[in-house]
Design a protein around this ligand. Structure first.
Ligand code: NAP
Length: 294
Protein backbone atom coordinates (compact mmCIF):
# COMPACT_ATOMS: atom_id res chain seq x y z
CA UNK A 1 0.00 0.00 0.00
CA UNK A 2 1.27 3.47 -0.83
CA UNK A 3 -0.39 6.25 1.11
CA UNK A 4 -2.19 9.15 -0.46
CA UNK A 5 -0.47 12.43 0.42
CA UNK A 6 -2.60 14.94 2.29
CA UNK A 7 -1.46 18.11 0.59
CA UNK A 8 -1.78 20.90 3.16
CA UNK A 9 -0.90 23.59 0.61
CA UNK A 10 -3.71 22.49 -1.70
CA UNK A 11 -6.31 22.23 1.08
CA UNK A 12 -5.20 25.59 2.48
CA UNK A 13 -5.68 27.18 -0.98
CA UNK A 14 -9.20 25.71 -1.23
CA UNK A 15 -10.21 26.81 2.28
CA UNK A 16 -8.82 30.31 1.70
CA UNK A 17 -10.71 30.62 -1.61
CA UNK A 18 -13.98 29.74 0.17
CA UNK A 19 -13.37 32.17 2.99
CA UNK A 20 -12.32 34.96 0.61
CA UNK A 21 -16.00 35.09 -0.44
CA UNK A 22 -16.96 35.72 3.16
CA UNK A 23 -14.40 38.55 3.40
CA UNK A 24 -16.00 40.05 0.27
CA UNK A 25 -19.48 39.69 1.80
CA UNK A 26 -18.30 41.46 4.96
CA UNK A 27 -16.82 44.26 2.87
CA UNK A 28 -20.25 44.79 1.30
CA UNK A 29 -21.57 45.28 4.85
CA UNK A 30 -18.84 47.85 5.57
CA UNK A 31 -16.68 45.54 7.75
CA UNK A 32 -13.06 44.63 7.05
CA UNK A 33 -11.76 41.85 9.32
CA UNK A 34 -8.81 43.10 11.39
CA UNK A 35 -6.04 41.16 13.14
CA UNK A 36 -3.46 42.61 15.55
CA UNK A 37 -0.28 40.59 16.02
CA UNK A 38 1.95 41.33 19.02
CA UNK A 39 5.55 40.17 18.96
CA UNK A 40 8.12 40.77 21.69
CA UNK A 41 11.85 40.25 21.12
CA UNK A 42 13.76 39.01 18.11
CA UNK A 43 13.24 35.23 18.08
CA UNK A 44 13.99 34.45 14.38
CA UNK A 45 11.36 31.68 14.13
CA UNK A 46 8.70 33.98 15.61
CA UNK A 47 9.64 36.70 13.11
CA UNK A 48 9.14 34.21 10.24
CA UNK A 49 5.77 33.00 11.60
CA UNK A 50 4.53 36.58 12.01
CA UNK A 51 5.63 37.43 8.46
CA UNK A 52 3.68 34.44 7.11
CA UNK A 53 0.58 35.44 9.09
CA UNK A 54 0.59 39.09 7.99
CA UNK A 55 1.19 38.12 4.35
CA UNK A 56 -1.69 35.60 4.45
CA UNK A 57 -3.93 38.33 5.89
CA UNK A 58 -3.03 40.72 3.07
CA UNK A 59 -3.68 38.04 0.44
CA UNK A 60 -7.23 37.34 1.66
CA UNK A 61 -8.18 40.97 2.41
CA UNK A 62 -7.81 41.04 6.21
CA UNK A 63 -6.37 44.22 7.71
CA UNK A 64 -3.40 43.24 9.87
CA UNK A 65 -1.16 45.30 12.08
CA UNK A 66 2.07 44.20 13.69
CA UNK A 67 2.96 45.57 17.13
CA UNK A 68 6.61 44.91 17.82
CA UNK A 69 8.37 45.37 21.17
CA UNK A 70 12.06 44.95 22.09
CA UNK A 71 13.14 41.96 24.22
CA UNK A 72 13.40 43.94 27.49
CA UNK A 73 9.88 45.42 27.33
CA UNK A 74 7.99 45.31 30.66
CA UNK A 75 4.85 43.16 30.66
CA UNK A 76 2.65 46.14 31.55
CA UNK A 77 3.39 47.81 28.18
CA UNK A 78 1.97 44.79 26.37
CA UNK A 79 -1.03 44.56 28.73
CA UNK A 80 -1.77 48.26 28.07
CA UNK A 81 -1.68 47.66 24.31
CA UNK A 82 -3.99 44.63 24.62
CA UNK A 83 -6.46 46.74 26.63
CA UNK A 84 -6.53 49.32 23.80
CA UNK A 85 -6.90 46.64 21.12
CA UNK A 86 -9.76 45.03 23.08
CA UNK A 87 -11.66 48.33 22.69
CA UNK A 88 -10.71 48.91 19.04
CA UNK A 89 -13.71 48.05 16.83
CA UNK A 90 -11.50 47.73 13.73
CA UNK A 91 -9.70 44.77 15.35
CA UNK A 92 -11.52 41.43 15.54
CA UNK A 93 -8.60 39.20 16.47
CA UNK A 94 -5.58 39.66 18.77
CA UNK A 95 -2.68 37.25 18.68
CA UNK A 96 0.38 37.25 20.94
CA UNK A 97 3.23 35.39 19.28
CA UNK A 98 4.72 32.88 21.72
CA UNK A 99 7.18 32.38 23.30
CA UNK A 100 7.34 35.63 25.26
CA UNK A 101 10.60 36.69 26.99
CA UNK A 102 11.23 35.30 30.50
CA UNK A 103 10.08 38.45 32.36
CA UNK A 104 6.54 37.80 31.06
CA UNK A 105 3.83 35.70 32.67
CA UNK A 106 2.43 34.30 29.40
CA UNK A 107 -0.75 33.09 31.08
CA UNK A 108 -1.51 36.60 32.41
CA UNK A 109 -0.91 38.12 28.97
CA UNK A 110 -3.14 35.58 27.19
CA UNK A 111 -5.88 36.12 29.79
CA UNK A 112 -5.85 39.87 29.02
CA UNK A 113 -7.11 39.27 25.48
CA UNK A 114 -10.89 39.75 25.21
CA UNK A 115 -12.55 36.35 24.84
CA UNK A 116 -14.34 37.44 21.66
CA UNK A 117 -11.01 38.44 20.03
CA UNK A 118 -8.93 35.44 21.18
CA UNK A 119 -8.41 34.00 17.68
CA UNK A 120 -5.63 31.65 18.87
CA UNK A 121 -8.07 30.11 21.37
CA UNK A 122 -5.55 30.14 24.26
CA UNK A 123 -7.59 32.19 26.75
CA UNK A 124 -8.83 29.95 29.61
CA UNK A 125 -12.46 30.70 28.68
CA UNK A 126 -11.89 29.29 25.20
CA UNK A 127 -9.91 26.33 26.58
CA UNK A 128 -12.80 25.57 28.95
CA UNK A 129 -15.36 26.01 26.19
CA UNK A 130 -13.40 23.53 24.08
CA UNK A 131 -13.54 20.98 26.91
CA UNK A 132 -17.27 21.61 27.33
CA UNK A 133 -17.67 21.02 23.61
CA UNK A 134 -18.63 24.48 22.40
CA UNK A 135 -15.55 26.55 21.69
CA UNK A 136 -15.63 30.05 20.22
CA UNK A 137 -12.18 29.80 18.63
CA UNK A 138 -10.69 26.32 18.08
CA UNK A 139 -6.86 26.55 18.42
CA UNK A 140 -5.44 26.93 14.92
CA UNK A 141 -3.11 23.92 14.59
CA UNK A 142 -5.53 21.18 15.74
CA UNK A 143 -8.34 22.99 13.89
CA UNK A 144 -6.16 22.74 10.77
CA UNK A 145 -5.65 19.00 11.31
CA UNK A 146 -9.39 18.46 11.70
CA UNK A 147 -9.97 20.42 8.49
CA UNK A 148 -7.37 18.29 6.63
CA UNK A 149 -9.18 15.12 7.70
CA UNK A 150 -12.55 16.50 6.66
CA UNK A 151 -11.35 17.78 3.28
CA UNK A 152 -9.80 14.37 2.63
CA UNK A 153 -13.16 12.71 3.46
CA UNK A 154 -11.55 10.67 6.22
CA UNK A 155 -14.20 9.52 8.72
CA UNK A 156 -13.54 10.48 12.34
CA UNK A 157 -16.61 9.15 14.16
CA UNK A 158 -15.93 5.81 15.84
CA UNK A 159 -12.24 5.78 14.83
CA UNK A 160 -9.40 5.04 17.22
CA UNK A 161 -7.30 8.20 17.41
CA UNK A 162 -3.91 8.32 19.12
CA UNK A 163 -2.38 11.75 19.72
CA UNK A 164 1.35 11.72 20.44
CA UNK A 165 2.20 14.84 22.47
CA UNK A 166 0.11 16.52 25.13
CA UNK A 167 0.90 20.23 24.85
CA UNK A 168 -1.70 22.91 25.53
CA UNK A 169 -1.48 24.27 22.00
CA UNK A 170 -1.56 21.03 19.97
CA UNK A 171 -1.97 17.65 21.69
CA UNK A 172 -4.62 18.38 24.32
CA UNK A 173 -6.95 20.52 22.15
CA UNK A 174 -6.49 18.03 19.28
CA UNK A 175 -7.72 15.22 21.51
CA UNK A 176 -10.72 17.27 22.66
CA UNK A 177 -11.70 18.26 19.13
CA UNK A 178 -11.59 14.71 17.75
CA UNK A 179 -13.42 13.35 20.80
CA UNK A 180 -16.14 15.90 20.04
CA UNK A 181 -16.30 14.33 16.56
CA UNK A 182 -17.01 10.98 18.27
CA UNK A 183 -13.56 9.40 17.95
CA UNK A 184 -12.14 7.24 20.73
CA UNK A 185 -9.04 9.17 21.73
CA UNK A 186 -5.83 8.30 23.56
CA UNK A 187 -3.17 10.92 24.38
CA UNK A 188 0.43 9.90 24.92
CA UNK A 189 3.35 11.96 26.26
CA UNK A 190 6.98 11.77 27.28
CA UNK A 191 6.27 9.44 30.23
CA UNK A 192 4.18 7.00 28.18
CA UNK A 193 5.67 3.51 28.52
CA UNK A 194 6.06 1.59 25.24
CA UNK A 195 4.62 4.21 22.90
CA UNK A 196 4.27 1.62 20.10
CA UNK A 197 1.64 -0.41 21.96
CA UNK A 198 -0.63 2.66 21.69
CA UNK A 199 0.29 3.97 18.23
CA UNK A 200 -0.24 0.54 16.62
CA UNK A 201 -3.94 0.72 17.58
CA UNK A 202 -4.52 4.05 15.83
CA UNK A 203 -6.81 4.37 12.83
CA UNK A 204 -5.77 8.03 12.89
CA UNK A 205 -2.36 8.88 14.36
CA UNK A 206 -1.60 12.55 15.05
CA UNK A 207 2.01 13.18 16.03
CA UNK A 208 3.03 16.45 17.71
CA UNK A 209 6.11 15.81 19.84
CA UNK A 210 8.91 17.72 18.11
CA UNK A 211 11.17 14.62 17.83
CA UNK A 212 12.46 13.59 14.37
CA UNK A 213 11.87 9.89 13.54
CA UNK A 214 9.93 9.31 16.77
CA UNK A 215 7.38 7.24 14.86
CA UNK A 216 8.72 4.42 12.69
CA UNK A 217 6.84 2.06 10.35
CA UNK A 218 6.51 -0.89 12.80
CA UNK A 219 4.64 1.47 15.19
CA UNK A 220 1.92 2.16 12.62
CA UNK A 221 -1.05 -0.02 11.72
CA UNK A 222 -1.40 -0.93 8.03
CA UNK A 223 -3.89 1.45 6.44
CA UNK A 224 -3.70 4.07 9.23
CA UNK A 225 -4.02 7.81 8.58
CA UNK A 226 -0.87 9.60 9.79
CA UNK A 227 -0.82 13.34 10.43
CA UNK A 228 2.61 14.75 11.22
CA UNK A 229 2.46 18.05 13.10
CA UNK A 230 6.14 18.12 14.10
CA UNK A 231 8.56 20.63 12.66
CA UNK A 232 12.25 19.90 13.23
CA UNK A 233 15.31 21.47 11.65
CA UNK A 234 18.07 18.85 11.18
CA UNK A 235 21.78 19.78 11.48
CA UNK A 236 22.06 19.56 7.66
CA UNK A 237 19.34 22.25 7.37
CA UNK A 238 16.51 19.94 6.26
CA UNK A 239 13.03 20.49 7.70
CA UNK A 240 11.39 17.22 8.85
CA UNK A 241 8.43 16.11 10.93
CA UNK A 242 8.25 13.51 13.70
CA UNK A 243 7.57 10.42 11.57
CA UNK A 244 9.66 8.26 9.25
CA UNK A 245 7.82 9.55 6.18
CA UNK A 246 9.35 7.32 3.48
CA UNK A 247 8.80 4.01 5.31
CA UNK A 248 5.36 4.87 6.73
CA UNK A 249 4.19 6.06 3.32
CA UNK A 250 4.39 2.42 2.18
CA UNK A 251 2.10 1.28 5.00
CA UNK A 252 -0.39 4.04 5.74
CA UNK A 253 -3.52 4.92 3.74
CA UNK A 254 -2.95 8.68 4.08
CA UNK A 255 0.02 10.71 5.30
CA UNK A 256 0.72 14.43 5.62
CA UNK A 257 4.21 15.63 4.63
CA UNK A 258 6.53 18.12 6.34
CA UNK A 259 6.81 20.73 5.00
CA UNK A 260 3.56 21.23 3.09
CA UNK A 261 1.21 19.49 5.52
CA UNK A 262 -0.12 20.94 8.76
CA UNK A 263 1.98 24.15 8.57
CA UNK A 264 -0.05 25.98 5.87
CA UNK A 265 -3.26 24.87 7.57
CA UNK A 266 -2.35 26.53 10.89
CA UNK A 267 -2.10 29.97 9.26
CA UNK A 268 -5.27 29.30 7.26
CA UNK A 269 -7.31 28.55 10.39
CA UNK A 270 -6.08 31.79 11.95
CA UNK A 271 -7.62 33.58 8.95
CA UNK A 272 -10.84 31.55 9.39
CA UNK A 273 -11.07 32.41 13.10
CA UNK A 274 -10.47 36.11 12.38
CA UNK A 275 -13.12 36.22 9.63
CA UNK A 276 -15.62 34.43 11.86
CA UNK A 277 -14.93 36.91 14.63
CA UNK A 278 -15.59 39.80 12.22
CA UNK A 279 -18.83 38.10 11.13
CA UNK A 280 -19.96 37.88 14.76
CA UNK A 281 -19.04 41.56 15.19
CA UNK A 282 -21.10 42.52 12.11
CA UNK A 283 -24.08 40.43 13.28
CA UNK A 284 -23.99 42.01 16.78
CA UNK A 285 -23.69 45.49 15.29
CA UNK A 286 -26.70 44.88 13.04
CA UNK A 287 -28.71 43.45 15.95
CA UNK A 288 -27.87 46.51 18.07
CA UNK A 289 -28.97 48.80 15.20
CA UNK A 290 -32.30 46.99 14.98
CA UNK A 291 -32.84 47.40 18.72
CA UNK A 292 -32.01 51.14 18.50
CA UNK A 293 -34.44 51.53 15.59
CA UNK A 294 -37.15 49.99 17.80
P1 NAP B 1 5.75 20.95 23.08
O1 NAP B 1 5.05 21.99 23.85
O2 NAP B 1 7.23 20.76 23.22
O3 NAP B 1 5.03 19.57 23.39
C1 NAP B 1 5.52 18.35 22.90
C2 NAP B 1 4.71 17.24 23.49
O4 NAP B 1 5.24 16.00 23.03
C3 NAP B 1 4.78 17.19 25.02
O5 NAP B 1 3.48 16.88 25.51
C4 NAP B 1 5.75 16.06 25.30
O6 NAP B 1 5.43 15.32 26.49
C5 NAP B 1 5.49 15.14 24.12
N1 NAP B 1 6.65 14.31 23.82
C6 NAP B 1 7.93 14.66 23.70
N2 NAP B 1 8.70 13.59 23.43
C7 NAP B 1 7.86 12.53 23.40
C8 NAP B 1 8.05 11.15 23.21
N3 NAP B 1 9.28 10.65 23.03
N4 NAP B 1 6.96 10.35 23.25
C9 NAP B 1 5.74 10.83 23.46
N5 NAP B 1 5.50 12.15 23.65
C10 NAP B 1 6.56 12.97 23.64
O7 NAP B 1 5.52 21.13 21.51
P2 NAP B 1 4.20 21.62 20.69
O8 NAP B 1 4.13 23.09 20.76
O9 NAP B 1 3.03 20.79 21.03
O10 NAP B 1 4.69 21.23 19.23
C11 NAP B 1 4.97 19.90 18.88
C12 NAP B 1 5.63 19.88 17.53
O11 NAP B 1 4.71 20.41 16.59
C13 NAP B 1 6.88 20.74 17.42
O12 NAP B 1 7.76 20.13 16.50
C14 NAP B 1 6.37 22.04 16.84
O13 NAP B 1 7.35 22.74 16.12
C15 NAP B 1 5.28 21.52 15.94
N6 NAP B 1 4.21 22.49 15.67
C16 NAP B 1 3.84 22.63 14.40
C17 NAP B 1 2.82 23.50 14.07
C18 NAP B 1 2.43 23.63 12.65
O14 NAP B 1 1.75 24.59 12.31
N7 NAP B 1 2.78 22.68 11.81
C19 NAP B 1 2.20 24.26 15.07
C20 NAP B 1 2.58 24.05 16.39
C21 NAP B 1 3.58 23.16 16.69
P3 NAP B 1 5.46 16.00 27.96
O15 NAP B 1 4.24 16.89 27.99
O16 NAP B 1 5.29 14.87 28.88
O17 NAP B 1 6.76 16.73 28.02
Amino acid sequence: MTAKIIDGNDIARRVRAEWKHRVDALRDQGVRPGLAVIIVGDNPASQVYVRHKTKACADIGIHSEKHEFPQGTPEQAVLDLIARLNENTAIHGILVQLPLPPQFDSRRVLEAIAVEKDVDGFNLYNVGALVAGDTVFPPCTPFGVQCMLEYSNIPISGQNVVVVGASNIVGKPMAMMLMKKDATVCITHIKTRDLAQFTILADILVVAAGKPMLITAPMVKTGAVVIDVGINRLPDGRLVGDVDFDAIREKASYISPVPGGVGPMTVTMLLVNTIQSAERFAANRDAAKRVMAG
